[in-house]
Design a protein around this ligand. Structure first.
Ligand SMILES: [Zn+2]
Length: 265
């Protein structure tokens, strides 16, 4: 949210490292990657453009209206403690925001663009409708304004959230031993794949993008897929085989009605 050039550099390093990882050690064969990557990269560029246009306005509003003051700053804690609490707060907020985007029908219309990816790999992490990206930015700016979250925390959290979201969409599998330990704290690809199931009950679980503690704490954790990993059918929940074929399908998806899509809401 703050330093765009630093963020874009870290994004490129993380994205290309994960891309190399899934290239050398893929979890499964990707049959539609050419079309998916074209769509996902265009969505990334549209989203980045919206962020570039709106972010300075939002930052000015936040800076002018609270001048660094908020609930957190009144606690008088050292910076490291403020940063730690802010990261936990922001991640919990993202967890509930994600849950809300699944539960509220109008918001689900936007978020289902992300879930319409028929395969999962690192590029799925950048597949969001630009309107959802703008809404997410406004929600985060409100939290920064309300709590007086320090800029250092916003920057660190943005990097952590992006890297983690890319990691848990990557087409790789951790060794069972590593999986066991990593998922105690951080969402793994095994966990997040279940969230991308076409079965609504599975899609309405494992909402975390960075820390895995919120799903455990708020009762939405699903450690195993109903039909096992091999039986997990990735795609838009509530539909058997729907997938968008053009960029227009993706951008106009919020306006469309799907026969069975309410099942997932
Ligand atoms: Zn989701």
């Amino acid at each position: 949210m703050i330093d765009f050039s630093l963020r874009i550099s870290i994004f490129l390093v993380a994205f290309s490292s994960l891309m190399a990882w899934q290239w050398y050690s893929p979890r499964g064969t990707l049959l539609q990657w050419r079309q998916r990557w074209r769509h996902n990269l265009i969505l990334l560029m549209l989203g980045a453009l919206c962020v570039r246009l709106i972010q300075p306005v939002l930052l000015s509003i936040v800076a002018l209206s609270n001048q660094g003051e908020g609930w957190l700053t009144q606690l008088g804690l050292p910076l490291w403690a403020l940063v730690l609490i802010s990261i936990l707060l922001l991640d919990c907020l993202i967890y509930w925001q994600h849950r809300l985007f699944h539960r509220v029908p109008l918001l689900w219309r936007l978020h289902r663009v992300h879930h319409s990816d028929p395969e999962l790999d690192v590029s799925s992490a950048i597949r969001f409708h630009p309107v959802e990206i703008v809404m997410s930015l406004c929600i985060k700016a409100t939290a920064v304004w309300l709590f007086g979250i320090p800029v250092e925390a916003v920057l660190i959290f943005d990097v952590l959230l992006n890297a983690s979201a890319m990691f848990n969409h990557t087409n790789v599998r951790l060794s069972p031993r590593l999986e066991k330990w990593v998922k105690v704290l951080v969402v793994t690809p095994d966990m997040h794949r279940i969230h991308h199931s076409r079965i609504s009950e599975e899609a309405n679980s494992n909402y975390g993008f960075f820390l895995s503690i919120w799903d455990a704490f708020f009762g939405s954790k699903r450690p195993e897929a109903m039909n096992g990993d091999e039986g997990l059918n990735i795609g838009m929940p509530g539909t058997k085989a729907y997938q968008p074929n053009t960029l227009g399908d993706l951008l106009l998806m919020p306006l469309k009605n799907f026969k069975k899509s309410r099942k997932s809401e």
